[in-house]
Structures are given as C-alpha cells and as structure tokens.
Ligand binder design. Structure first.
Ligand code: CA
Length: 288
C-alpha cells in the first residue's frame, strides 16, 4: 500500500471516495458480538421471576428496556397447556420446525421479533407432562403448565468452560437477523420437572464469534433463563444449543425464548460521536 501511494492521484474527490470506502468497508465487515449477561433463576426467593417473565409486578434482575418484563420485542412460549386443565404433549418435530406455532392443539404462543427474518427449532420432541412448572402466559396473567421442545444432546464430545472434551450438545434453535439490531435474548431451560433433562450450559454460536457459553447452570428442576446480549448485522445467523457433561447426557428441553431490544444511545451521545468522527475526518484531510 505505502509503496503504491506516490502513484495515486491526490485529488480531493478521490480521497473522499477512499475515506467513504473505508467506512463502508468497516461497516460491512463488522462481526457480530455475543456476550453472556447472567442467568435468572426462577425460585420462591425471587417470586419465581422466570415463570413471571411477562408479569411486570415481579422484579427482574436483567430487564433492559425499562418495563420490567422479558420478551417485549418478541417471544416463543413453547406448547403450554392451560393450568386449569393441563394436558400432555408428546409429538416429534423435525429439524427446521416452527417451534410448535402451527400445532393443532396447545400451540406455541409467539410474537415474532420484527428484526428476525427466520426462527426455527432443531429436531426433537414437543413435550409437556405432569410436574412441569407453571408459567404466566404472554399477557402476564394467565397460568399455563409450561411445555418445551426437547432435543437430543448427542453431538460431541467438545470442550466446555469446565473442561476439555467433556461435553455434548444438542442444537436447540436457529435464527437469522433481518435488520441489524442489538438485542437481549433469554433462553429458558430446566423446566422438565427434574434434574435429568436440564442442561449444564446454554450456548449461542455464530460463524463470526464461535460458541459463547453461559455460566454453569444448576440441574435441579428449577427454571433457568440464560441471558445473552447480541449485536447482529443483517443476514447473520445464530444457533442456540443445550449442553450436558459427558456421562450425564440425555435430552434437554428449552421452553421459552424471549427477545428485548437494547435501547440505542441517547441522541446527545450520538451527536458527540458524530462530532468526534468529523474531527477525525478533518484531521485526516489536513494530513494528506
Ligand atoms: Ca436450575
């Protein structure tokens, strides 16, 4: 680059074009970011706050948009049945399924996030049986016995945060972002009424970030919502997985996926960033 520099015509318009190309290039090449935030645990000490995901009256630890609910931008509550008349669900689901939205009975309750272009489930079985926990419905009030999509935890062994080649995963669901967005996603697991069908970790993978794990979860039949923040460009695809440690792996359902948009910086902060950028441009022009 430097060796070629003297031969490049130094007209102002070409320099502008070059700077514009640099900026566009930087934006086009921007890789996704995935950050594990924390895990909400739904127990009696905190008012069963995972089960009360949609109920603003129960305090949340990681509400990002100020309304004290999860799922404000979208949600998939998989195959719940009315708590007043609970019924069992046991139905196989092929890879690329719609998470049970079109099921003929006890369908998944959903609001598709506007910024997603697709959301599909991994191969497994829809399940809802006696002993599964009671969750609020999307209205924050109605009570349901919560179902899930149970996937086989059979891929591995691979490394986990707790050791080398000591874990297996099952692909839970995948989604593609249609419009660049920064959002918080909550993935609820350990809702099968016992320890055997809970994961040790939840992860999210993208081709530009690799696999990002949650902290170690407690497999005890108490629901866990693993929360991640994602910055995604348009057309980027993400895959969530559930993990179990070698020797304990079986199947693991996930039961609720929530999306909340992370508010953008205030206009004052944006103006400051804009002015700083102009300053950088101005200095560059003087230096050329
Ligand atoms: Ca748990």
């Amino acid at each position: 680059m430097h060796q070629n520099k003297p031969s490049i015509p130094r007209s102002s318009s070409l320099i502008h074009l070059g700077l514009a190309a640099c900026y566009l290039g930087a934006q086009g090449a921007m890789a996704a970011t995935i950050t594990y935030v924390n895990t909400e645990i739904g127990n009696s000490d905190n008012g069963f706050l995972v089960q009360n995901w949609s109920n603003a009256a129960v305090a949340k630890n990681h509400d990002i948009d100020g309304n004290n609910k999860y799922g404000s931008a979208g949600y998939y509550q998989i195959r719940p049945t009315p708590n007043s008349t609970p019924s069992n669900v046991s139905e196989s689901a092929g890879s690329g399924n719609d998470l049970g939205i079109s099921a003929g009975s006890n369908p998944t309750l959903s609001l598709a996030p506007a910024f997603l272009s697709s959301m599909t489930g991994g191969a497994g079985s829809y399940v809802n049986f006696g002993g599964y926990p009671i969750f609020r419905g999307p209205d924050g009030s109605a009570l349901y016995r919560q179902g899930g999509l149970s996937v086989s935890v059979s891929n591995g062994p691979f490394n986990t945060p707790s050791g080398s080649n000591n874990g297996f995963f099952g692909q839970a669901f995948s989604f593609t972002v249609g419009a660049a967005t920064t959002f918080r996603i909550g993935i609820t697991v350990d809702t099968a009424g016992g320890s055997a069908f809970a994961p040790d970790f939840v992860s999210i993978f993208s081709s530009s970030t690799g696999t990002v794990f949650s902290n170690s979860l407690t497999r005890d039949g108490t629901p866990d919502m693993a929360i991640f923040d994602i910055t995604a460009g348009a057309s980027e695809t993400f895959t969530a997985a559930v993990w179990q440690l070698s020797g304990t792996q079986s199947v693991a359902p996930f039961s609720l996926v929530t999306f909340d948009v992370i508010p953008e910086p205030s206009s004052g902060l944006l103006s400051l960033i804009g002015l700083t950028s102009l300053g950088i441009l101005h200095r560059r022009r003087r230096n050329v």
